[in-house]
Write a protein that binds this ligand. Sequence first.
Ligand code: MMA
Ligand code: CA
Length: 245
Amino acid sequence: MLNMKGHEDESGMVLDIRNLSSPARSAALNRFTDESVEVATSVPGRKLHKWVAGSFCLLCILQAALNVSLRLALPLQQDSMKKELEEQKRQLDYMASQVNVLTNEREELKRKLEDFAHYAQQGWLYFNGSFYYISSIAKSWQDSRDNCSQRGAVLAIISSREEQEFIRQQQKVMWIGLTDRETEGVWKWVDETPLTASFWYSGEPNNFKGRNEDCVVINHYYSNENNWNDAVCENEYSWLCEKHM
Ligand code: MMA
Ligand code: CA
């Protein structure tokens, strides 16, 4: 507040401007006013200055900290992203290989289905993984064997009681793929496997009356689960082909 009596400064002295000459009075007034303005603005101004400087320093520190942490964190992040990318690539490769496996499986199933349709349509019978063809005409054992071969099959090879039972149920006299032509008394299947399970009718094999009976027929006249008979290979019978799928 401008006091016309004077201004009490820091020293407590009162300057009475009423006794001053005109130029001195205005100089005193000017000085007083300048000081007041300076005092009025200098206190909040200095605070702002300090605040700005402080904030700037803080920002600098934050920036530096950010730089350091980014420089530390970025390579770590890049590492983990690289690992994740590699893992995803591995999974993609695995999936591609699985697609390949499934495609092959599908092709195989398609082929099988076509085979099944083909054999079933031509009157072949299916049992436990194999198709069986029963001829309607009669041939010698060798001609029967050749005929099966032409059909992409072999004279039937019986390897289980279940298979024997299935064949017996067809109730027909038929050549099967068993012979001792090579060595008398040593019975072998046409695929060279030795005889393990055998189903000879009682008294067979017998080379009946000294005849050379080297080939085997299913004999349905023997209404018995064991119904094999050794017969002369040149005899003509129906025959049974087997195609394992
Ligand atoms: C037939 C012939 C033989 C068989 C006897 C059994 C008469 O000959 O099939 O191989 O052993 O029957 O009686
Ligand atoms: Ca016999």
